[in-house]
Ligand binder design. Structure first.
Ligand SMILES: [Zn+2]
Ligand SMILES: [Zn+2]
Length: 323
């Protein structure tokens, strides 16, 4: 099989490797999405250097065909849940397996989907709806992240929300909010990308960066970037008693305006991954995801895709590699 191995930060090489042996499912990978976290590991950001060390086979947004495993799944198109919780700790027992302190991540602890084949624990595979294109299957993971974040927010129909960031997460969060009848305003500094999301009907209005605080107060703010600057601007744009959900994690630390937070009783939520039940819930929605969000790229040239993304040459919010 072929695998893209991150040999060192900034260095991917395509290697020929034997098929992975052992227990679990053997999956022929068809489509793999590149995530912001993959780019951060590739770049070797300080936060990622502290957690993960090359060599690594990245890739946790994976869709493929089961070629070895239990009878019921053989030949089925599946998407993979990206983490394996312990199942027995207090957090797991409380119904939050995605926050299990000893969970193991696909594409980090386990070799990921930046390879033509992958072997994974059986419980991670979820059958995709019949006839769904594989590239849409690769969106299951990011869509579930967005779904979990929107559920944390609990939007009311007709409510106005400000979405910060028009990358894959911003676009999917905006799409889900729209489906719930929320009026979405978007802050995305790249004007071409902002226009694209407006054209796709994912937002009613693009708000120029820096103007969001002055204009009106939003009952709901979704920060899909996660920098000190976006958190500050998001909290400022929030109405008294409003809710801000942070689902991006571009920065690692920052200060809060406590005066504003306390005196206006603003609610601030973090949102991370999603539960297996939520993964199941989004599978029927995948077919409706607008095609314009995705740029398909041959997996044989994945190294070039990483460069194109880092240089900002891709206007589509999501790049999916196809094997
Ligand atoms: Zn991801
Ligand atoms: Zn656990």
């Amino acid at each position: 099989m072929r695998a893209w191995v991150l040999q060192d930060y900034g260095s991917l090489s395509l290697e020929e490797r034997p098929l992975p042996e052992g227990p679990g499912l053997l999956l022929r990978v068809v489509a793999t999405g590149i995530c912001g976290s993959d780019l951060s590991v590739y770049k070797g950001t300080p936060a990622m250097r502290a957690r993960w060390r090359p060599p690594l086979i990245l890739g946790h947004e994976v869709a493929g065909i089961v070629e070895e495993g239990p009878e019921a799944l053989l030949g089925r198109a599946v998407a993979l849940y990206p983490a394996l919780p312990c199942g027995v700790c207090e957090t797991c027992q409380a119904g939050r397996p995605h926050l299990c302190p000893s969970r193991r991540h696909l594409g980090f602890h386990y070799p990921g989907g930046l390879a033509s084949w992958i072997r994974v624990p059986e419980g991670l595979a979820y059958p995709l709806p019949e006839g769904l294109p594989f590239w849409k299957g690769a969106l299951a993971e990011p869509l579930a992240v967005a779904w979990h974040a929107v559920r944390r927010a609990g939007p009311e129909p007709g409510e106005k929300a400000l979405v910060l960031g028009g990358g894959a997460m911003g676009a999917l969060v905006a799409w889900l909010l729209q489906r719930e009848g929320t009026v979405v305003h978007l802050v995305e500094p790249n004007p071409y990308r902002a226009q694209k999301l407006l054209r796709l009907g994912l937002a009613q209005e693009a708000v120029p960066k820096g103007e969001e605080a002055g204009r009106e107060a939003y009952p709901l703010v979704m920060d899909t970037v996660g920098l000190q600057a976006t958190l500050t601007q998001g909290l400022r744009a929030l109405a008294p008693g409003g809710k801000a959900v942070v689902v991006g994690l571009a920065g690692t630390e920052g200060a809060l305006d406590l005066q504003d937070l306390v005196l206006k009783e603003k609610h601030l939520f973090g949102s991370y991954l999603f539960t297996p039940e939520e993964f199941q819930e989004i599978l029927p929605l995948l077919d409706e995801v607008p095609e314009g969000l995705v740029y398909l790229w041959p997996a044989e040239n994945a190294d070039q895709a990483f460069l194109a993304l880092l240089e900002g040459r891709i206007a589509e919010p999501k790049l999916v590699l196809v094997w």
